[in-house]
Design a protein around this ligand. Structure first.
Ligand code: SAH
Length: 369
């Protein structure tokens, strides 16, 4: 921390970490020009935001001290405070981060051979209230900013030893397509070679099927991956599990997914006695073929899932076979981090206790922010 004299200015609030790479570079160049500094400094400074991140501008030792001080006075370099870190026996690690306003979000790091997949949050809480999901039960709190979404990846880089992911999935807390503007910027920060440099094919956005979000994602040129949380093969059943189905019915989600010109994954959480019967597999196979989708069968994570029980292993295996014989590529997802409550929203719920959803009414309206 720099100590300042009696002429102390209020702390800077402008945050370069909220800007996409081009916008951040432009802002830095303008700032440097105002000060009569050479514009190549913008490349040096930007590299220290994401590519080789620093905790504070004072750590950018390749810059003159006066310039580091000027950066500190002009810009806020936001951090996420680590509240809890838990390690599973299977190597999965779960991080609970506290943001500036005290809100808590979760990030999960899942090692698998030489890959590390990071599961990141896009909202604090969620408005969608899927019946089996712990995040839904806490209600919608607020959208995250790019500095808070990409910031989760940044914070793991800053740990010692650093955790550097090979893959990113937007499968933490929240519905990414209902915070599209921030997610759009975040995708650039994750993918841009000047920032995190993670290949687009290694970045997956998971959605319940918010149609404008699917359209917005397909408008991007990069090959980002799309995952759709289907969870039921008929409107009737889906509406009982996912209230969003009234706003975006299954037929519309399937049509939008079939029109998406890149590989799509269906996420299907196996709920004992609810959506795991042979007739469901037959219906799901039809939808998956229409979308040329790959199906991921997800064993229900047991913690905090009111009233639902996981399907037996043998039922999941039979369901997978029924899909495969109908020509649908299917994988059974291994449950990871069971001992650390590593499913959507479970760690925060463990910490804060279950609460009634707040602001459920005002946030029911689905929109792409
Ligand atoms: N809102 C987005 C992304 C966050 S959830 C979406 O719904 O796709 C990421 C995935 O975890 C979703 O498929 C969600 O349905 C699933 N999920 C939520 N709770 C779960 C639980 N208890 N067990 C297994 N999967 C769960």
């Amino acid at each position: 921390m720099t100590t300042q004299g009696p002429m102390t200015q209020p702390p800077a609030t402008e945050n370069l970490l909220d800007l996409a790479p081009d916008a951040a570079m432009a802002r830095l160049q303008a700032w440097l020009t105002e000060r009569g500094e050479p514009s190549y400094r913008s490349v040096q400074i930007f590299a220290r935001l994401w590519e080789r991140p620093v905790r504070a501008f004072s750590e950018i030792t390749e810059l003159p001290m006066a310039l580091r001080d000027a950066l500190t006075r002009s810009f806020h370099l936001s951090r996420l405070e680590l509240a809890t870190r838990q390690t599973s026996v299977d190597g999965t690690e779960k991080f609970l981060f506290r943001m500036d306003d005290g809100q808590l979000i979760e990030t999960v790091a899942i090692p698998d051979g030489d890959r590390i997949t990071l599961c990141i949050s896009s909202q604090a809480g969620c408005a969608l209230q899927c019946a089996f999901c712990a995040t839904g039960a806490m209600g919608f709190q607020r959208n995250l900013r790019p500095s808070e979404i990409a910031g989760q990846v940044r914070e793991l880089h800053l740990m010692s030893p650093p955790i550097v992911p090979t893959n990113i999935v937007f499968m933490g807390m929240g519905e990414p397509m209902m915070n599209w503007k921030a997610v759009d910027t975040t995708l650039s920060l994750l993918n841009d070679a000047r920032a995190m440099g993670i290949g687009a094919r290694h970045i997956t956005i998971s959605t319940v099927g918010v149609l404008p979000g699917i359209v917005a994602l397909s408008a991007r040129r990069e090959q980002f991956r799309l995952a759709i949380s289907i969870h039921a093969p008929s409107d009737e059943l889906r509406a009982t599990l996912m209230p969003v189905n009234t706003k975006y019915p299954l037929a519309d989600v399937i049509a939008a997914t079939a029109a998406f010109d890149r590989r799509v994954t269906f996420e299907y959480v196996m709920l004992g006695g609810v959506n795991d019967q042979p007739s469901h597999a037959t219906q799901l196979a039809q939808l998956a073929r229409e979308c040329r989708a790959f199906v991921n069968l997800i064993p229900l994570h047991p913690g905090g899932t009111m009233g639902f029980i996981p399907s037996p292993t043998s039922t999941i295996a039979a369901f997978a076979r029924a899909l495969r014989v109908r020509g649908v590529e299917t994988a059974i997802r291994r449950s990871r981090g069971l001992d650390i409550a590593a499913a959507c929203g479970q760690l925060r719920t463990e910490r804060l206790g279950r609460r009634l959803p707040i602001a459920a009414n005002e946030d029911r309206e689905i929109h792409v922010a």
